[in-house]
Design a protein around this ligand. Structure first.
Ligand SMILES: NC(=O)C1=CN([C@@H]2O[C@H](COP(=O)(O)OP(=O)(O)OC[C@H]3O[C@@H](n4cnc5c(N)ncnc54)[C@H](O)[C@@H]3O)[C@@H](O)[C@H]2O)C=CC1
Ligand SMILES: CC(=O)C(C)=O
Length: 260
C-alpha cells in the first residue's frame, strides 16, 4: 500500500457537508471518490473538483443497497489501488409530528441513514482487512444522535442508531486496527436544513420561512450557524494519523448547542 497516495470515499458528496468534506480531504492530499444518488449534481461536483486539480473520480449509487456499497469500494480500489478512509456521510431527513410517522418515512430514513451506514462500514472494513492495513471509518451522526428533537423523531432515532453502530463497530474492528468514529454537526445551512425549515413552517402557523432555522441557530453559544467547513475540519482530523487513538466516539461539532 502506498502511504503517499491515500484514498478516501465520501458518500453523499455531490453537495452539502459531504462536498465540503471531500474537498477538505482532497486538500489534505487524498485521492477522492465522490459518491451520490443525484447523478447530475455528482457530475457537476466531479468536474468542479477536477478543474481545481484534485485527483477525483465519481460513482453514482444508492447507499441503502448493500451490493452498491460493495461496488463503490471495489470501484475505488480499481481506480486508486487501495482504500484508507470511508466517510458514511449520505443521509436524509423527515419532519412530522410523532403521530404522523408512517411506514414510508420509517423505511426511507432507516434504509438510508442506518442500513446505508452499516453496509458502508462492512464494505470498507472488509477491504481494510483484505489489504491488511489500518483504516478509518467516519459516520455522519448529528446533535440528533445525542438529543431527540420534536418533529424529527424518526431522524433522531436513526442518528441514535448510527451512534450505537459506531460504538459496536469500533469495538469489533479494533483488532484489525480500524478506527470507527462519527461527527455530530449541529445546524448547518445546507439543502437538508432548507427542507427541515420548509416543513417545520408548514406545521406551525406562527412560523415564517427561515424561522425554524433561526430558532435552532439562536441557541448556539458561539453565536453563528455552522459552515460546512466546520464539519470538514473535524472529519479531516478524524481521518489523520493524529486521531489514531480515538475510536467509537461520536463527536459533537455544533458551536455549543448540545453538551455531552
Ligand atoms: N445540515 C445539517 O445541519 C446536519 C447534517 N447532518 C448529517 O450530515 C449528513 C450530510 O447532510 P447535508 O449535507 O446537510 O445533507 P444534504 O441533503 O444537503 O446532502 C445529502 C446528500 O446525500 C445524498 N443522498 C441522499 N440519499 C442518498 C442515497 N440513498 N445514496 C447516496 N446519496 C444519497 C443527496 O443526494 C445529497 O447530495 C447527513 O447524514 C445529515 O444527516 C447532521 C447534523 C446536522
Ligand atoms: C439536521 C440535524 O441533524 C438536526 C436538526 O439535528
Amino acid at each position: 500500500m502506498n502511504s503517499e497516495n491515500k484514498v478516501a470515499i465520501v458518500t453523499g458528496s455531490a453537495g452539502g457537508l459531504g462536498k465540503a468534506i471531500a474537498e477538505r480531504l482532497a486538500n489534505d492530499g487524498f485521492n477522492i471518490v465522490v459518491q451520490d444518488i443525484n447523478n447530475d449534481l455528482l457530475l457537476e461536483t466531479e468536474k468542479e473538483f477536477k478543474e481545481k486539480g484534485y485527483n477525483v473520480v465519481s460513482f453514482k449509487s444508492d447507499v441503502s443497497k448493500q451490493k452498491e456499497q460493495e461496488e463503490l469500494v471495489n470501484f475505488a480500489v480499481k481506480e486508486f489501488n487501495q482504500l484508507d478512509v470511508f466517510v458514511n456521510n449520505a443521509g436524509v431527513d423527515a419532519v412530522t409530528p410523532f403521530l404522523e410517522i408512517d411506514e414510508n418515512q420509517l423505511n426511507k430514513l432507516f434504509n438510508i441513514n442506518v442500513f446505508g451506514t452499516v453496509y458502508g462500514i462492512q464494505a470498507a472494513a472488509k477491504q481494510f482487512i483484505k489489504q491488511n492495513t489500518k483504516g478509518k471509518i467516519i459516520n455522519a451522526c448529528s446533535i440528533a444522535g445525542h438529543e431527540s428533537y420534536e418533529m424529527l423523531g424518526t431522524y433522531s432515532a436513526t442518528k441514535h442508531a448510527v451512534r450505537s453502530y459506531t460504538q459496536v463497530a469500533a469495538k469489533e474492528l479494533a483488532k484489525y486496527k480500524i478506527n470507527v468514529n462519527a461527527y455530530c454537526p449541529g445546524v448547518a445551512k445546507t439543502k437538508m436544513w432548507e427542507r427541515i425549515d420548509e416543513e417545520m413552517v408548514k406545521y406551525d402557523e406562527n412560523l415564517n420561512p427561515g424561522d425554524a432555522f433561526e430558532e435552532f441557530s439562536s441557541a448556539i453559544k458561539l453565536g453563528r450557524y455552522q459552515e460546512p467547513k466546520d464539519v470538514a475540519n473535524l472529519v479531516s482530523f478524524l481521518s489523520s494519523e493524529d486521531a489514531e487513538y480515538i475510536t467509537g466516539q461520536s463527536i459533537l461539532t455544533d458551536g455549543g448547542l448540545v453538551y455531552r
